[in-house]
Design a protein around this ligand. Sequence first.
Ligand code: SF4
Length: 470
Amino acid sequence: MLAEIKGLNEECGVFGIWGHEKAAEVAYYGLHALQHRGQEGAGIVTSDGESLHLHKGNGLINEVFQQDEFSRLRGNAALGHVRYATQGGGGYENVQPLVFRSQKESMALAHNGNLVNAYALKHQLEAQGSILQTTSDTEVLAHLIKRSGHLRMEEAIIQALSMIKGAYAFSILTENKLYVALDPRGLRPLSLGILGGAYVVSSETCAFDVIGASYLREIKPGELLIIDDHGVSSRTFASPLNRTLCSMEYVYFSRPDSDLNGKNVHASRKTMGKELAKEAPVEADVVTGVPDSSISAAIGYSEASGIPYELGLIKNRYVGRTFIQPSQELREQGVKMKLSAVRGIVDGKRVVMVDDSIVRGTTSKRIVRMLKEAGATEVHVRIASPPIENPCYYGIDTSTKGELIASSHSVEEIRELIGADSLSYLTTEGLENAIVAGENSAEYGICNACFTGNYPTEIYPETALPATKA
Ligand code: SF4
């Protein structure tokens, strides 16, 4: 489904490189591959060994960067970020990387995720005299690091990381080093690769393929990587806990050509579709997926059920950036602009419409109606993930609980509301089978909290805003 019309929004993308003479340009292409993770702002900071150089702005990566900027972004190391802004979190000052300059050592930070104790830490920092310039959690880490001014940077980062809680993939660039850290449960994805003699880190492995880098490994939960001219060294800053990588990365967020925990995202989505076909079979003539992220699951459903896959819905790729419009009315207009039912395919047919998730239900209702208006005699909706009943506190904007239709309606009530002839969701077991079945399931576990309500960390719901994130 299309994030921008669904009310389920991406988090952010981080890309770093150390040891490449065209570091800024490579970072640009890396960020381009991560654009789906955030379209509201982008930035790249470089280090030439003596100082940091920054360019950032609101908009898509190709809107923020023109050729001219690269001559100023000097140096063999770069850190880049693409960002999805939430309510109250927009504005130029929140676009990352954030740069903090000092005579001793400057640093730039980029972050993907959400700190669940950010409110308490901000309160504490302000009480101690810190002046926060942004509403971003990322600045909290910067202040915590700077507070330990007497320590070496590496020790100061470790001390600061020990104080933060939640989901985070942090990258910090100084004049001399690139630091990369993943939270102790590994809620967010982050991988290490190599490009010639340069090391690269990325939120998703698809960026490695785009720039011609080779994948080396994932950053481990609780691990701090230190990358410099001597290579890569690793430290454990917190005891790693059982991994709980966000399952929505598999369901929806990550690009199908990325690998997570060693599993290809497209292949995982296909397996979700196969599990769904086993759990919720139906007699029909064609299977169609809601573009783009549901197509893999629809192919899986088709393969397992024997019902042919057809392109019953197409997406118009060339509409404007309507997704930045926040109102429900405009969001609904966006649906009409962005999706069309293919009459020649669905007319007179019983259609299985596979989608990855339902958030508010309004989009599903419009698509079902669109298929029926194009002549579908029956529309059976199959959702390749369990009902989203709980908000996310880890950096995904899943809306508040009150806006999540599954938090207050039964499956039958939702079916009726969206006008489908039948509706089924994948079970949590089916989702886990598709993602983590196998011998390493404890090591490579997933977070299911928005489906089950079982949050893997403390969440401080009274102070944590589900949609406040980097
Ligand atoms: S609550 Fe849901 S969206 Fe958030 S990290 Fe867990 S699985 Fe992902």
